[in-house]
Design a protein around this ligand. Structure first.
Ligand code: NA7
Length: 545
């Protein structure tokens, strides 16, 4: 029970058994440390454990949506399509865990409740559910970017007599066949779920607040020739990913929109549309779609034109066309707009007719209409990034909680470290790179592992190494992040990236927008430059690093 507490000692406690936690566990075991991974979920997978909603798929192409550190596995593990669907990502992560015999270091159904740094003992005291207190020299949080769910606060929500489900807590027993289904939200998730379920439901009502720009994913089966080509060039592919901004495995453009003729521009957009992938559409044709207003509007108008061409009903097409900047996380789909040509699929523009309340029978909009529903799907997103952290009590060396430290918005040094939180390492923490997540995870895990290795080398029994970023380094990294996003239209567009999707959440820059390649260079500079921005790992020992 929760009242009897057993104490367990480990060198490192890793929280989260998704992409980040699995690799971090592997890497720390390679150093010979004792490691425990805990996860509140019943099994491995992180994001891919929870997000089992119909249509869930990674929209990074399969060949780069995986680890690069196991070269043999990279050559041999099969993938059938250019994109990997949720069950296959989950199967892949399970495979990696099995292949490297990692499961024995993992505890599931185990929730992080509170973590407090003890300056006297120089350990993190970490209380988890199931009545265990871990004493760990290193605490590594691999909580993911998107795990704390956002449920909108709608009057009458609890009165609904049908089924309700958030996409990130999907109940696989829900049968949507022939049902009247409402979907609230049309971000990445909403677009995927709508595209998938439109085919099987009796009626689908999509409640849309901000329409988004989505392009085709270009998914198709992988041919043996393609796989052979990828296998033969994997080293270059990986080098290219690590050196790129987005890490999506396509060649990013280094030419501006203005450097092409109008005909060329149209042709480029057509090619991008035909090839597919949201990030490629954003960064594969021109290098200034998110900074040059003219280029941005051209991309917007191109997609709007496609929507008008695809969607036959002009009223639905009108509602589906966005008019703000193309500067949210870019989306792609497997035929999203096409679904609205089905008579049973409708769209409610919540800016025209906001949701008034939920009743036992469905959703009532401000025009008095009651949309009668059997199931309501919340594709309403997440309290992203810091939301994963501030819901648990994490207390640093000066007694300050992380929540307090981040009152004005989350900050860090390199996305991994926070001053006054010694020996705490975040994987994809705030102000880490905005890019393909496994690639960001690898950059962070490698940095964390290298740092811990150095710390172990200078540790002695009398004075274990303490890795702690300085306040100055945190402030400087904040400025670096601000500079990297200067002139970007992302800054002018409301989304979870800045925290503006959650009422009351501080609006702040939550990513480093300088690109993965530059981020990796920054990391190298720190690691090879004697850990500038950190206090000496052991008093007076900085020179030895
Ligand atoms: P997102 O991208 O945050 O999308 C959430 C959607 O839900 C978005 O369309 C929101 O509209 C909508 N929303 C949120 N609250 C409400 C309320 N109260 N009423 C109506 N509509 C609402 O989350 P996703 O899960 O789609 O994607 C998150 C990331 O997961 C994605 O970027 C991938 O990396 C994977 P809004 O635009 O705020 O008007």
């Amino acid at each position: 029970t929760e009242t009897t507490q057993t104490v367990q000692h480990v060198d490192a406690l890793v929280v989260g058994a998704g992409f980040g936690g699995i690799y971090q566990l592997y890497a720390l075991r390679q150093l010979g440390l004792s490691v425990k991974v805990i996860d509140v979920a019943a099994d491995v997978g992180g994001t891919w454990f929870w997000n089992t909603y119909p249509g869930a798929m990674s929209d990074t192409e399969s060949f780069v949506y995986r680890y690069t550190w196991d070269k043999e596995d990279l050559q041999n593990y099969p993938w059938s399509h250019h994109y990997t669907r949720q069950p296959d990502v989950l199967a892949y992560l399970n495979h990696v865990v099995k292949r490297h015999d990692l499961r024995k270091h993992m505890d599931f159904n185990t929730e992080l409740l509170a973590a407090e740094w003890s300056p006297d003992e120089k350990v993190w005291n970490v209380d988890v559910s199931r009545g265990i207190r871990y004493k760990a020299r290193y605490l590594i949080t691999a909580l993911g970017l998107l795990s704390a769910k956002n449920y909108p606060d709608i009057a009458g929500l609890d009165s609904f007599q049908g089924l309700m489900c958030h996409t990130a807590a999907w109940d696989p027993s829900i049968d949507l066949n022939n049902k009247r289904v409402g979907v609230i939200g049309c971000g990445s998730t909403g677009v995927q779920v709508i595209t998938e379920v439109a085919k099987i439901v009796k009626q689908l009502v999509c409640f849309q607040r901000h329409p988004q720009y989505s392009v085709p994913s270009g998914d198709r089966p992988v041919s043996p020739e393609y796989r052979k080509m990828v296998n033969e060039t994997y080293d270059e592919i990986i080098a290219g990913v690590r050196d790129s901004a987005f890490g999506f495995g396509f060649k990013e453009s280094n030419r501006s929109y203005d450097s092409f003729s109008p005909e060329e521009r149209e042709e480029i957009f057509e090619q991008l549309w035909a090839k597919g992938n949201g990030f490629r559409f954003m960064g594969g044709g021109f290098n200034d779609v998110t900074t040059n207003r003219t280029a941005n509007e051209a991309a917007c108008e191109f997609i709007r034109k496609k929507i008008r061409q695809i969607v036959k009903d002009p009223e639905k097409a009108r509602k589906l066309q966005p008019h703000d900047y193309y500067a949210r996380r870019p989306l792609c789909d497997g035929g999203y707009y096409e679904q609205f040509n089905r008579d049973h699929v409708s769209i409610v523009d919540l800016k025209e007719t906001p949701i008034k309340c939920i009743t036992p029978n469905g959703i009532v909009t401000s025009d008095g209409l009651e949309h009668q529903l059997d199931v309501i799907i919340f594709a309403t997103g997440f309290d992203a990034i810091d939301g994963n952290y501030t819901r648990v009590k994490i207390r640093g060396a000066n007694g300050e909680s992380l929540k307090d430290h981040w009152k004005a918005g989350p900050t860090s040094y390199m996305g991994t470290h926070i001053p006054h939180f010694p020996n705490l390492f975040m994987i994809t923490g705030p102000q880490g790179p905005f890019c393909n997540i496994p690639a960001a995870v690898e950059a962070h895990v490698e940095f964390v592992t290298e740092t811990i290795k150095k710390a172990e080398e200078v540790s002695t029994n009398d004075s274990p190494a303490i890795v702690e970023a300085t306040e100055q380094a945190e402030a400087d990294w904040g400025k670096t992040c601000e500079k990297a996003v200067e002139g970007s239209l992302f800054k002018e567009t409301a989304s979870w990236i800045f925290g503006s999707n959650i009422p009351g959440k501080p609006v702040a820059l939550r990513f480093y927008f300088g690109g993965l390649g530059s981020f990796r260079q920054e990391v190298r500079k720190v690691a090879e430059g004697g850990y500038a921005g950190f206090k000496p790992f052991v008093a007076g020992e900085q020179a030895r690093l």
